[in-house]
Ligand binder design. Structure first.
Ligand code: DAK
Length: 258
């Protein structure tokens, strides 16, 4: 499907790269961008040749938030009824691993797009923030919840109530960012990480992601039960047999995703 505001590439085997492409507006997420994101992620998640997805913007901006000009005159009902949220949801609900490669501004809904991903690679120039308070609103695409669960109540409060911004280094220090690289290499590094994950046993990757995300929605007890079920289920797969035989035979495993 042709997109106006997204560029989809295949930079490495098993890897899809989704670039937000609305550079003059710092990749502000208008309804069309969000709907295109929803469509692209649904499609890539169904595509067996894709095993990991990288989402990025450009060096100056990952995304500066939802489009303020588009939202400013909307009523509550119009906001609720328009499918804005589908873009963030499609990223968060993808079964494949999703890596955000963030440079420059990741603000408001742009930061929330990164928080919805599974891993974040940042350039040294990345700035993360939830500045919605300056507009008389609060984060609405998961920012308060995902941040609080990751960095705790106190810093989240400062970010949400007082527009405290985080540099890439701070975000890494607080556990929000996996790695920080120079702006020249952060995207290549994100693609390399995605390619490495894409080369692994696909069902184990999928179940591993599911198990980790389950921790956000469950008690420890329920999470442990769920993890165990997924663990046992992997013993139904050919890849489990292949992985363990390959280890014993001192050779590289050949994954089938079956
Ligand atoms: N929306 C619309 N346009 C934006 C924008 C945004 N968020 N951010 C930047 N732009 C546009 C600017 O208007 C400007 O366009 P022109 O005026 O040239 O036409 C162009 O991008 C360049 O911006 P600046 O001239 O401001 O450039 P600077 O370098 O001076 O500043 C900046 C860059 C990123 C610091 C600044 O533009 C800025 O503060 N932007 C706004 C950041 C922000 O407040 N973001 C939060 C937006 S609210 C929902 C759930 C969640 C949300 C919505 C719905 N549902 C559940 C339905 C999320 C809400 C938000 O994200």
């Amino acid at each position: 499907m042709p997109y106006t505001y997204l560029i989809i590439e295949r930079p490495a085997e098993g890897v899809a790269l989704v670039r937000l492409n609305r550079p003059k507006q710092y990749n502000a997420l208008n309804l069309q961008v969000l709907q295109e994101l929803a469509a692209a992620f649904r499609e890539l998640d169904q595509d067996d040749s894709v095993r990991a997805i990288v989402i990025t913007g450009n060096d100056k901006a990952f995304a500066a938030g939802a489009d303020i000009k588009e939202m400013m005159e909307k009523t509550a009902v119009e906001m609720k009824n328009a499918p804005f949220i589908s873009g963030w949801d499609a990223v968060a609900l993808a079964q494949k691993p999703v890596i955000a490669a963030v440079s420059g501004y990741a603000l408001g809904g742009g930061a929330e797009l990164a928080w919805a991903c599974d891993m974040i690679i940042a350039s040294e120039t990345a700035v993360f923030g939830q500045p919605e308070i300056n507009l008389g609103i609060i984060p609405g695409a998961g920012g308060t919840q995902r941040l609080a669960r990751t960095i705790g109540k106190y810093l989240t409060m400062e970010m949400v109530l007082n527009d405290r911004r985080l540099t890439a280094q701070e975000a890494a220090q607080f556990g929000l960012v996996n790695h920080v690289f120079p702006v020249e290499t952060y995207l290549d590094e994100a693609i390399k990480l995605a390619a490495k994950i894409a080369s692994r046993a696909p069902l184990a990757v999928r179940f591993g992601k599911e198990a980790v995300l389950y921790a956000f929605n469950s008690t420890l007890d329920a999470g442990l039960q769920h993890e165990r079920l997924l663990f046992y289920t992997l013993f139904c797969t050919e890849d489990q047999k292949e992985g363990m035989h390959a280890f014993v035979e001192k050779r590289k495993p050949r994954w089938k995703g079956a």
